[in-house]
Design a protein around this ligand. Structure first.
Ligand code: GRG
Length: 301
C-alpha cells in the first residue's frame, strides 16, 4: 500500500468530511437579497460551522462502501444534516426544551426570535427534500424517490417527530427499558438509520449489505443515545456546547437513570462493539465506520 492509499485516521476523515459538508451547505443555502433574507441567515446560522457532522459522515462513508460518487453522497449527507439541524432548532424552542445554548452559542430563537427560528427549521426540513429530489443527487428517479421516502419515514411521525412526541408526554407513560428504548430509537435512531442506509440506497446495494448496515445503525443509534445520556450526567456544559443535567431536572427516565452509570457505560461499549461486528463482511473498507462506533461512545461532546 502506498502512502496515497493509506486510509485516513478517523479524526482526519471526520474533519475532511465536515469541511466538505460546510462548503456544500454554504452552496445549498445561499443568501438572497430581499426581505426574506433573514430566514436564510437563520438557516445558515444553525447549520454551518458546527456539530460533529456524524450523520453526513455515516451517509458518505456508507456510500463509499458501494463506490458511490462523492458529490452525490455529499448532497445526501447535507440533506440529513439539514433535517438534524431543523430538529435541533425546534427542540430548543420555548415550547419544547427552551434552551439558550446549542453548539456552544445562542440557540436560533435566542439569536433571531422565535418566529424566525420556527421558519428556519421548517425551511431546512423542506430544503432537505428539495436537495434529495434534484437530479444532481442521482440520475435514477427511482433512487431519488427511495431516498425521499426513507428520509420522510425516518424523520416524520413514525420516526423522529413521533419520538419527540412520546418524549414530551413521557411522564404519562411507563418509563421502563422497552419504552425508553423505543422512544430513543424513534427520536434519534431513525435518522442515524437513514444516514447509514442512504449509502446503500445510492449504491443500489444487495439486500445482505443493506441488512448489515441496518443492524450496524440499530446498535450505533442506541450506543449514541446512551453516550448522550451519560454526557448529560457527566459532561461539562462548555465542552458539550449545551446545558447538561437536563434529564434529571426534567425528571426524565434515561438509560442512565434506569441502568446506573456503570451498567449504561458497559451497555454502550457492548453495543459499539456489536455495531462494528455487523460490518465485518466489508473487510477493511468499513474501518472508518467501525472506528466511528467507538468514537460515538467515547466522545466528550
Ligand atoms: C423537534 C421534530 C423535533 C425533533 C427533536 C433529535 C431531537 C428530536 C431533539 C434533539 C434533542 C437531543 C439533544 C437529543 C439527543 C440526541 C441528539 C440528537 C443529540 C444531538 O446530536 P449530535 O450529538 O449533535 O449529533 P451535533 O451538534 O454534533 O450535530
Amino acid at each position: 500500500m502506498t502512502q496515497a492509499d493509506t486510509p485516513p485516521s478517523l479524526a482526519e476523515a471526520l474533519h475532511q468530511d465536515a469541511l466538505a459538508v460546510n462548503a456544500e451547505l454554504d452552496r445549498l443555502i445561499p443568501l438572497p437579497d430581499g426581505p426574506e433574507r433573514v430566514v436564510h441567515e437563520a438557516m445558515r446560522y444553525s447549520s454551518l460551522d458546527g456539530g460533529k457532522r456524524l450523520r453526513p459522515f455515516l451517509a458518505m462513508r456508507s456510500a463509499a462502501l458501494f463506490g458511490v460518487a462523492e458529490d452525490a453522497a455529499l448532497r445526501v449527507g447535507c440533506a440529513v444534516e439539514m433535517v438534524h439541524c431543523y430538529s435541533l432548532i425546534h427542540d430548543d424552542l420555548p415550547c419544547m426544551d427552551d434552551d439558550d445554548m446549542r453548539r456552544g452559542r445562542p440557540t436560533c430563537h435566542r439569536q433571531f426570535g422565535e418566529a424566525t427560528a420556527l421558519l428556519a427549521g421548517d425551511a431546512l426540513l423542506t430544503r432537505a427534500f428539495e436537495v434529495l429530489a434534484d437530479p444532481a443527487t442521482h440520475p435514477d428517479p427511482a433512487v431519488r424517490c427511495e431516498l425521499v421516502a426513507a428520509l420522510a419515514h425516518a424523520s416524520g411521525a413514525d420516526g423522529m417527530v413521533g419520538g419527540q412526541m412520546i418524549d414530551l408526554r413521557a411522564s404519562q407513560f411507563a418509563q421502563d427499558m422497552p419504552a425508553i428504548t423505543r422512544l430513543q430509537q424513534m427520536k434519534t435512531g431513525r435518522l442515524i438509520g437513514f444516514s447509514c442506509e442512504a449509502g446503500a440506497i445510492l449504491g443500489k446495494a444487495p439486500s445482505q449489505a443493506r441488512l448489515a448496515l441496518r443492524n450496524y445503525a440499530h446498535d450505533l443509534g442506541l450506543a449514541f443515545q446512551i453516550a448522550d445520556d451519560l454526557l448529560d450526567v457527566e459532561g461539562d456544559a462548555a465542552e458539550v456546547g449545551k446545558r447538561v443535567g437536563k434529564d434529571e431536572d426534567a425528571g426524565k427516565a434515561t438509560f442512565v437513570s434506569l441502568l446506573g452509570v456503570e451498567r449504561a457505560r458497559a451497555q454502550a461499549d457492548m453495543l459499539a462493539e456489536q455495531a462494528s461486528r455487523h460490518l465485518d463482511m466489508f473487510d477493511e473498507r468499513a474501518v472508518l465506520l467501525q472506528a466511528v462506533a467507538r468514537f460515538v461512545v467515547e466522545r466528550r461532546s
